[in-house]
Ligand binder design. Structure first.
Ligand SMILES: [Zn+2]
Length: 308
């Protein structure tokens, strides 16, 4: 073998060795990466599996209506009434019973049927209303100007069983909070149910302890126990702060307001004809009564106080 041939052979062996080392180590590297990837996948796979829906939907769910956060001046079915300067426009609506209409005609104004109530909720959704809790209402009112989105607060007085049975499931269905004014010493909805409602975003608020006419209570300690006692009793049930009081029969005076302020309430609601509120009059806020009447409901949202 000549010297040059020997050089070629040695060089070829060297090249082959280097090439094979390169390939083997490359393979090992790739393998190791793959193992790492698998390990990573293994570590995340349980969660990833859990997140998958157990049943693959066969139809595509409809796209939810986009929320317009700047629709305050838009899209009213009745042109809104003129607003006084210095007020904040957030209609507060009052319901009592959400149930089938009773026989007795004098009780009928206090009833809205579940079908009508759902129609009203659907309307609020279609018109892009923001429905607020007692706390959210208070925070918006404190800002002293109209919200950028159409806003409404739905209130329910007296805490009857149908509020839990009929109003609450529909509110939950639409993702809206309701503000329930209950009598803490005359509970109709159970404590467990009230806690459930509170845990699901409803505001459980005070309609005093026993629904007495507050203006007629002359004994100061009795007045305090009606207003202050009910606040603490409800907070104990829900574990959440009570923001407001609804005066039974919508009657109140300065003495009543003084006790409510002392108790730590942030606002008080009565009944009236307006959807606009002065932030300086937090303890005399107007609420509009709602009837089992769809047209009247739409008119009241625009500020018209018309009896159906
Ligand atoms: Zn009442």
């Amino acid at each position: 073998m000549t010297f040059s041939l020997r050089v070629v052979v040695v060089a070829s062996v060297l090249v082959l060795t280097l090439v094979s080392i390169f390939f083997v180590s490359g393979y090992q590297l790739a393998r190791r990466n793959e193992e790492n990837t698998l390990l990573i996948e293994a570590s995340i796979s349980p969660t990833a599996t859990e997140q998958l829906p157990s049943v693959v939907p066969t139809t595509v769910s409809p796209t939810p209506t986009p929320v317009n956060n700047n629709n305050f001046s838009l899209d009213y079915d009745y042109p809104p009434t003129t607003q006084k300067s210095g007020t904040v426009r957030i209609p507060i609506l009052t319901y009592h019973h959400i149930a089938e209409l009773p026989e007795k005609s004098s009780s009928k104004p206090y009833y809205v049927t579940p079908i009508m109530f759902e129609r009203q909720l659907q309307y609020l959704k279609d018109k892009n209303y923001k429905v607020v809790t007692a706390q959210e209402f208070y925070e918006l009112l404190k800002k002293g100007k109209n919200p950028s989105q159409k806003t409404v607060m739905l209130t329910f007085d007296d805490g009857s069983k149908d509020n839990y049975k009929n109003a609450y499931p529909l509110l939950k269905k639409y993702g809206f909070p309701g503000v329930f004014y209950i009598n803490s010493s005359k509970l109709q909805i159970t404590k467990t149910q009230l806690k459930e409602m509170s845990d699901n975003g409803m505001s459980i608020e005070s309609h005093t302890a026993s629904h007495k006419d507050l203006k007629k209570i002359t004994d100061q300690s009795e007045l305090e126990s009606e207003i202050i006692g009910s606040k603490y009793a409800i907070e104990k049930i829900t574990g959440r702060k009570v923001y407001s009081v609804s005066y039974p029969g919508c009657t109140y005076n300065d003495r009543v307001v003084d006790v409510a302020v002392m108790a730590g309430y942030k606002f008080g609601v009565t009944c009236s004809k307006y959807i606009d509120h002065y932030p300086s009059r937090l303890f005399a806020l107007s609420r509009m009564h709602i009837y089992n009447d769809f047209t009247n409901f739409k008119k009241r949202l625009s500020g018209y106080w018309i009896i159906p």
